[in-house]
Design a binder for this molecule. Structure first.
Ligand SMILES: Cc1cc2nc3c(=O)[nH]c(=O)nc-3n(C[C@H](O)[C@H](O)[C@H](O)COP(=O)(O)OP(=O)(O)OC[C@H]3O[C@@H](n4cnc5c(N)ncnc54)[C@H](O)[C@@H]3O)c2cc1C
Length: 291
């Protein structure tokens, strides 16, 4: 089975057919793939090697020298759903915070903010474990998604695929961001809820929203807590959960080990802890860390 999956992974040259503004630091790149057949599942990702961009050449060489290793390809989940005509990814710009992040980010600034229509690039895809099990409908009727920031991307694809192909699954999405302006796909998610009221519900949680007038039944202030999950998700038994967002990175783990401390939990670890306390077993949870 694994071998089969591996064989399907291939390199494709694509052209950026459209660049869609999502939030101030996030863009969706619609990718034109020619006649290549696109076999992917909702929740899969592709990878993009930074070495292929002439504009990044010196920067990539410099980082490779300083870090003493080749810069690996970066992974991007597909924001399109397999039932849609076009392939797309949605990229959020990573920021450099002096004294906090050791290096300025390499690929995301160029993909999110400096890529224009007509740009060509080579992608490798498609793979990843963040997908619905084949026989999901025999196991559950309800999927819970707990996401933060660009962690919405694979769940957005899964939710669209499920709603547009009229399977019977119901989805509840709890989606955390700093502010409403930062919230990727906010309007598209509200539109989906309006169009599929029986099968899709979205709860937004905002941690640093300055405009208090924005809060409502669906847009809440604060973090994703155990109480919030329990309040908004009925019938927790038998649900599958998809959790995606920033988690502790390998760098943070190594740094904490060197300092003899424990790494500070981020969104992913906090969400998993809440779900565990509520009683979800590991076999009901799929997770993806963007840290
Ligand atoms: C399965 C998966 C799917 C993903 N999907 C998406 C998506 O849909 N959309 C999206 O926007 N992102 C997604 N990501 C994140 C994406 O792959 C990149 O990590 C992100 O875009 C940042 O890449 P970058 O090259 O800009 O930054 P990087 O150069 O990778 O830097 C990121 C951070 O790591 C630090 N860092 C880098 N190298 C080192 C080092 N050697 N030691 C210590 N610290 C270091 C940097 O200082 C910086 O803070 C996904 C990640 C995974 C694993």
């Amino acid at each position: 089975m694994e071998q089969q999956t591996r064989r399907k992974i291939k390199e494709l040259e694509v052209m950026v057919a459209d660049v869609i503004y999502e939030t101030p630091d996030t863009r969706t790149l619609v990718l034109f793939t020619g006649n290549d057949s696109l076999e992917y599942k909702a929740g899969h990702f592709l990878t993009i090697a930074p070495q292929q961009f002439p504009a990044l050449e010196r920067w990539t060489s410099y980082l490779e020298e300083v870090k003493g290793k080749k810069e690996p390809p970066r992974a991007y989940s597909l924001s399109s759903a397999p039932c849609e005509k076009y392939l797309s990814i949605t990229v959020k710009e990573e920021r450099y915070t002096p004294k906090v992040t050791p290096f300025p980010p390499l690929l995301s600034p160029i993909l999110s903010l400096r890529t224009s229509i007509g740009t060509r690039m080579v992608i490798t895809g498609f793979t990843g474990p963040y997908t619905l099990p084949e026989d999901v409908e025999t196991k559950t009727e309800h999927i819970l998604h707990v996401c933060a920031g660009s962690g919405i991307v694979p769940s957005y694809s899964i939710i669209k695929q499920s709603l547009f192909t009229e399977n019977k699954l119901k989805h509840t999405l709890i989606y955390s961001n700093k502010t409403w302006v930062d919230t990727i796909f906010s309007q598209q998610l509200l539109d989906l809820q309006k169009r599929f009221p029986d099968n899709f519900k979205v709860i937004f949680t905002l941690t640093r929203e300055p405009d208090k007038s924005i809060f409502s039944k669906n847009i809440l202030e604060g973090r994703v807590s155990k109480e919030l999950i329990l309040k908004h998700v009925c019938d927790l038994s038998n649900q599958f959960v998809f959790v995606c967002g920033p988690g502790i990175s390998n760098f943070e783990k190594a740094q904490a080990k060197a300092n003899g401390t424990e790494p500070v939990p981020r969104f992913l670890e906090a969400a998993l802890q809440n779900l565990k306390e509520i009683g979800f077993s590991n076999d009901k949870i799929k997770k993806e860390s963007y840290g």
